[in-house]
Design a protein around this ligand. Structure first.
Ligand SMILES: [Zn+2]
Length: 180
């Protein structure tokens, strides 16, 4: 049994922006209006994330340069975390740094071992303007750091070094969706 509508059920699946699109490389703007347009954007993000079988999606991945992301992501204990955050601040990271497989809907089909903190805390707002705190560990902490990076104009590829970075760049250049 569940309460309330299924996230994304009223949303529209939008085209994803891909590596090479400038909107992924610019810091997103703070949201200033908490009205129906914002609620519709959150619904579109859920619909698009589910259609692409992702665990998180940032607004600039559908071409909207606004500080919003959604997630439906398990942690390492298989607990499900479902929600959205508007105007997030990454207030805390900690624990050990773990290198684990990470992918992105804006680099479809690719992944690379990426270093992330095992623990992360985000503060922000809901689409209704209510303050919200999201705490993550394990894979969900990875997801929160990944989506937060998107809003800063960063991609996980930026966090790679050495052969991992070179291999991902090579794979991205050869990918069917490559803009190069
Ligand atoms: Zn991503």
């Amino acid at each position: 049994m569940r309460h309330g509508p299924i996230p994304g059920a009223r949303g529209r699946v939008r085209p994803l922006t891909l590596l090479g699109d400038t909107v992924l490389r610019e810091p997103c703007r703070e949201v200033t209006g908490f009205g129906p347009e914002l609620a519709a954007l959150v619904e579109d993000l859920f619909a698009t994330m589910y259609a692409a079988r992702g665990v998180g999606l940032a607004a600039n991945q559908v071409g909207e340069p606004l500080r919003v992301f959604v997630y439906d992501c398990p942690d390492d204990e298989d607990a499900r975390h479902l929600g959205h955050v508007v105007n997030p601040t990454l207030v805390e990271t900690g624990g050990v740094v773990v290198r684990g497989p990470e992918g992105c809907l804006s680099l479809p089909g690719l992944e690379a071992g990426t270093e992330r903190y095992d623990h992360a805390v985000i503060e922000g707002f809901t689409a209704a303007g209510e303050p919200v705190t999201v705490r993550g560990s394990g894979f969900f902490a990875r997801c929160l750091q990944h989506e937060y990076d998107h809003l800063q104009g960063r991609l996980y590829a930026d966090r790679l070094t050495g052969w991992r970075k070179r291999r991902l760049e090579r794979q991205a250049a050869k990918a069917s969706w490559s803009r190069g």
